[in-house]
Design a protein around this ligand. Structure first.
Ligand code: AMP
Ligand code: MG
Length: 403
């Protein structure tokens, strides 16, 4: 059986990026596949950084000691208006934030630093040349690379792209992910529970994990443990998706048909079974340039396998350099009973005390106990040879929540 690390490598070495263009807002959290060069100076013209009066700086000499009087011209400059009158020595014009600077003006005095007496403005502060003027191109120059290829796009970058007038953004194409739940006992979540019935939580937890990544997902619903029905659903999924996530039916039970069905359809088996807990029967296959995961059906296994294998694959496909969750080294707050021989992904709460992280169990750790994950801040990794974890021993924790 391969180790989780080997399994991750086998998944990640198959990740391929392709390029596309998406509408501006759709590019959030994706990665640029080209440099973005500005076709404009930003700002496009010298403009005022303040509401105040446009003036000639020299005219305010000595104003700190005794205010200097300036003649207020009968033209004001709101943002958006092009000033046509030239400033002359001893005069000033009312100007608003963002408005173009008039000819001859080399400074703007803040309204707060003046007093208005009729048509006269008293400047109470000496201005320096250039004061409160935002220069043409001071943010981004025409012809400059504003955002570099391979940069991840955050909210502020969307603003930068918008200011450059970019509507279609070159990015690495995000995959579309299909979700199929399998199992005769699985019912839609609006149905009543009875003996032998389990609500389909996996479709929703996987959808949520994809939604958190900003990745498009298509839920294909529930399919029975029946190879014919499975074939149809899988082919439908493969016709619409780049990655297919099936849950359930990958273990050694008499009705676990997923792996055989996929191989029967021509998918190439890359690995089956990983030396881990939870999620041992994980299966990974490729179908041309599509990727298929058969996730073990237990709700915790599904989500942990998504975290450890599916999420990093998607991150690599979209060109993100940070494939994994942020990690911290923390100390066990109590003893953990842990069997040797398998890597254990334990669900833990993180507590910070005097600048140091400690982790404690979120309770029962069975792979069907989904609350062990909903209560968790992170996943602790106990190595194959770790055995029991004594209080105070260190482990690496993948942080799942940022608040
Ligand atoms: P399997 O991997 O098919 O053997 O399923 C393992 C366990 O996960 C069983 O107890 C199933 O009832 C449960 N299970 C499978 N699929 C789902 C699902 N979509 N939602 C919730 N539980 C599931
Ligand atoms: Mg099943």
């Amino acid at each position: 059986m391969i180790s989780p690390k080997e399994a991750q490598d086998k998944v990640l070495e198959r990740a391929k990026t392709t390029k596309t263009e998406v509408f501006l807002l759709e590019s959030l959290n994706l990665v640029l596949s080209e440099n973005i060069t500005s076709e404009d100076d930003i700002p496009a013209y010298d403009n005022s950084a303040m509401d105040g009066y446009a003036l000639i700086a020299k005219d305010t000499k000595g104003a700190n000691a005794s205010p200097v009087s300036l003649k207020l011209l009968d033209v004001d400059i709101p943002a958006g208006k092009i000033p046509l009158t030239n400033l002359e020595h001893g005069s000033c014009m009312a100007i608003m934030t963002g408005a173009p600077i008039p000819n001859n003006c080399d400074a703007v005095i803040r309204k707060e630093d003046t007093k208005k007496i009729g048509t006269e403005i008293l400047a109470c502060k000496q201005c320096e040349a250039g004061e409160n003027i935002r220069r043409k191109g001071e943010d981004i120059k025409k012809g400059e690379v504003a955002l570099q290829k391979d940069k991840k796009i955050f909210a502020a970058d969307i603003g930068v792209l918008a200011s450059l007038g970019k509507m279609n953004i070159p990015v690495y194409r995000p995959p579309v992910v299909g979700i199929i739940s399998t199992g005769d006992e699985i019912i839609p979540i609006d149905k009543k529970l009875s003996i032998g019935r389990v609500r389909d939580s996996n479709s929703y937890s996987l959808s949520a994990q994809l939604k958190e990544l900003g990745i498009e997902y298509i839920p294909f619903g529930i399919v029975k443990d029946n190879q014919k029905a499975m074939c149809q659903k899988i082919m439908e999924g493969l016709s619409k998706c780049d990655i297919l996530l099936l849950s359930g039916g990958v273990s050694v039970g008499d009705y676990d048909f997923v792996k055989e069905t996929l191989i029967g359809l021509g998918a190439e088996l890359i690995f089956w079974k990983v030396n881990q807990k939870p999620g041992k029967p994980l299966v990974f296959l490729t179908y041309g340039d599509q990727y298929i995961f058969g996730l073990p059906g237990n709700p915790v296994s599904v989500m942990v396998c998504f975290e450890m294998y599916v999420r990093p694959l998607i991150k690599k496909i979209i060109g993100d350099r940070d494939l994994f969750r942020p990690r911290v080294i923390a100390k066990a707050a109590h003893e953990f009973i842990n069997k040797k021989g398998r890597v254990h992904f334990a669900r833990v709460r993180l507590v910070k005390k005097e600048g140091r992280y400690f982790f404690c169990s979120t309770g029962m750790q069975g792979s069907g106990i989904l609350t062990s994950l909903s209560r968790a801040d992170g996943i602790a990794v106990f190595g194959e040879q770790a055995g029991n974890i004594q209080k105070g021993m260190k482990a690496e924790i993948f942080i799942l929540k940022d608040s």
